[in-house]
Write a protein that binds this ligand. Structure first.
Ligand SMILES: C[S@@+](CC[C@H](N)C(=O)[O-])C[C@H]1O[C@@H](n2cnc3c(N)ncnc32)[C@H](O)[C@@H]1O
Length: 218
């Protein structure tokens, strides 16, 4: 299937699942992700970009005083985020857009956030590179996601689940965004990995001066 057609299908998948998303995610937030939204959002400062913001579940977790922009490619998810922002009284510039080709100039943000979306964005490496591009030198990248487990048994189960989840909804279970972050020579300032290594969250600082592009997979 051509890439554009596949991506359109995934957008429609998220449109279709938008109304049940908060309920489903609520279970994982309570029982699996262990306060990851607070962990991530409490570190955000200044001009903040949230990539693939979904229904805006992070909105209630950001501190006051930040200037927030959110990007999301599913119009229905974005509508729910708009509604939530209104209910919370939070000013946020919400835009339709693709995480793999962000519309912002280089170095536009002090903080870039992405939670539980790098598992779903078709090209996660390109998305991390885009996040790094729009982050100012010395800015902070904050990620949380479910990733490849550290136990082989759990990894085998994840491989099995992916047989269905990738074709159905583009949901990957064995990615490691931290590898892309390291390849960009960011400094990992803080990191947690738990639940058999299935959940990983990290705070990584963009170098003030970037060397030549680094190799992958270190
Ligand atoms: C599992 S949800 C996570 C939503 C939100 N970040 C959260 O923490 O609840 C994944 C989201 O990524 C969005 N998404 C996937 N690929 C995208 C892309 N290329 N550009 C923008 N959004 C994308 C989906 O539409 C969906 O809203």
């Amino acid at each position: 299937m051509p890439q554009a057609e596949r991506e359109e299908r995934l957008r429609r998948y998220w449109d279709k699942h938008a109304c049940s998303y908060d309920r489903q995610m609520g279970f994982f937030d309570r029982h699996v992700f262990a306060g990851s939204r607070d962990w991530v959002c409490s570190r955000a400062t200044g001009r903040v970009l949230e990539v693939a913001i979904g229904t805006g579940l992070n909105l209630a977790h950001y501190p006051d005083g930040i200037q927030l922009t959110g990007v999301e490619w599913s119009p229905v998810m974005l509508d729910i985020a708009r509604h939530r922002a209104g209910q919370l009284g939070r000013a946020v510039d919400l835009r339709h857009g693709d995480a793999q080709a962000l519309e912002f100039p280089d170095a536009s943000f002090d903080t870039v956030v992405c939670t539980f979306s790098l598992c779903a964005i078709p090209d996660d490496q390109k998305a991390v590179q885009e996040m790094a591009r729009v982050l100012r030198p010395g800015g902070l990248l904050l990620l949380a996601d479910h990733v490849e487990a550290s136990s082989w048994l759990a990894r085998a189960a994840q491989a099995l689940i992916e047989v269905a989840s990738v074709p159905a909804g583009g949901e990957h279970f064995r990615r490691r965004p931290i590898r892309h972050v390291r390849a960009l020579e960011f400094t990992i300032e803080d990191r947690d990995r738990f639940k058999l290594g299935i959940v990983e969250r990290l705070a990584a600082r963009k170098p003030l001066h970037q060397g030549p592009p680094g190799g992958e997979g270190r």
